[in-house]
Ligand binder design. Structure first.
Ligand code: NAP
Length: 324
């Protein structure tokens, strides 16, 4: 059941800043939703967030987004989506949402510089790389510790590189990093990978990748930049030191939902809980993309969810008196 919301406005409405739908986040889900909702003549605002364009801004070539037989660079794809949303009238502000208030209507959204109101809200804030939470990780961030091989790989030419993780991202990054590194060590906490077979085969065939099974990194060491890592054998408990010039952490993602946590239902991992396709626990608040989808996490599925959510918002607004 959706929670009821007080219909009495709690704040004076400035019509300039009142929207039919505010989309928080600007990855494939957010921009696709913007294209659909502005084409449907809804007054639409996208607040882009701290990384306008989302995670694809930190990738190189995207080969599996349909419609681009020769691939397309992630930032170019996102710029195209942004322009397409703007073409139909979506307003986009490059700002970060600090606070949301879903208890009253219209809903209130506060950013660093402005407050906005909206009849409906669409959450498209995505997910961010998970951190290891070990000694040295924060200290050596930007000095050898990275969460994005395509962004930082070229900085590690001729170095020994380590990658942590056993999923698709870790294998894709390890394979990519062999273009730059002297050797790539893939450190995984188990003795089997969860990555897809095709990526596994590619990595096993690559003579520059060495697999270190049943180990975790316990400490990152260095002076000005990272010089080595301590790795712990999870079977024997033995600790060993490994010289590395770069460490790429590829251990999954966490949803960007901290600002919503007291406002609507999240699952035990922090993902937004949805029902009836894209509805959240608050009537009039919808979600699309990696913020609720921990299963598929693809640009094309996020875009699909963005389309679905915009259609759901449009239907919801037309059925409710909150519509202008
Ligand atoms: P993932 O599938 O969740 O894999 C995370 C990996 O990190 C797992 O091997 C996990 O180990 C390990 N791990 C988690 N926490 C750890 C910790 N604290 N210390 C050490 N290791 C830890 O994440 P992902 O690889 O980012 O992929 C996410 C989704 O995106 C997947 O659905 C994937 O298919 C998709 N994806 C697809 C492509 C593609 O199709 N080309 C590319 C990238 C990602 P365990 O295995 O032991 O749990």
């Amino acid at each position: 059941m959706s929670k009821n919301v007080n219909n009495d406005s709690h704040h004076p409405t400035d019509l300039k800043n009142l929207y039919d739908v505010i989309i928080i986040g600007s990855g494939p889900a957010g921009f696709t939703a913007g294209i659909y909702s502005s084409r449907a003549k809804l007054k639409t605002l996208i607040i882009s967030g701290s990384l306008p364009g989302g995670q694809l801004m930190t990738t190189s070539e995207v080969e599996n987004y349909p419609g681009f037989p020769n691939g397309i660079f992630g930032p170019e794809l996102m710029m195209n989506m942004r322009q397409q949303a703007e073409r139909f009238g979506t307003t986009i502000v490059d700002d970060e949402v600090l606070k949301v208030d879903f208890r009253n209507r219209p809903f209130l959204i506060s950013t660093h510089s402005e407050s906005y109101e909206s009849r409906a809200i669409l959450l498209c804030t995505g997910a961010s790389p998970r951190k290891l939470g070990i000694d040295g990780e924060q200290e050596f961030g930007g000095r050898g510790v990275s969460y994005c091989a395509t962004c930082d790989g070229p900085f590690f030419k001729g170095e020994e590189i380590a990658v942590i993780g056993g999923g698709d991202t870790a294998l894709e990054e390890a394979t990519f990093l062999t273009k730059f590194g002297k050797a790539v060590k893939l450190i995984h906490r188990r003795d089997s990978l969860r990555a897809s077979k095709i990526l596994q085969e590619k990595a096993f065939e690559n003579s520059k990748i060495q697999f270190i099974w049943n180990h975790v990194v316990s400490k990152i060491k260095g002076t000005k930049k990272i010089e080595s890592v301590d790795i712990k054998n999870l079977t024997t408990g033995k600790i060993q030191n490994l010289s590395v010039g770069g460490l790429f952490v590829a251990i999954g993602h966490e949803p960007n939902t901290s600002i919503f946590k007291d406002q609507l239902e999240l699952d035990d991992k922090g993902y937004v809980v949805i029902r009836d396709n894209t509805r959240t626990s608050i009537d009039g608040v919808f979600a699309a993309g990696d913020v609720h989808d921990y299963r598929y996490r693809q640009a094309v599925t996020a875009a699909g969810f963005g389309c679905m959510a915009a259609l759901d918002v449009e239907k919801w607004l037309s059925e409710n008196k909150f519509r202008r």
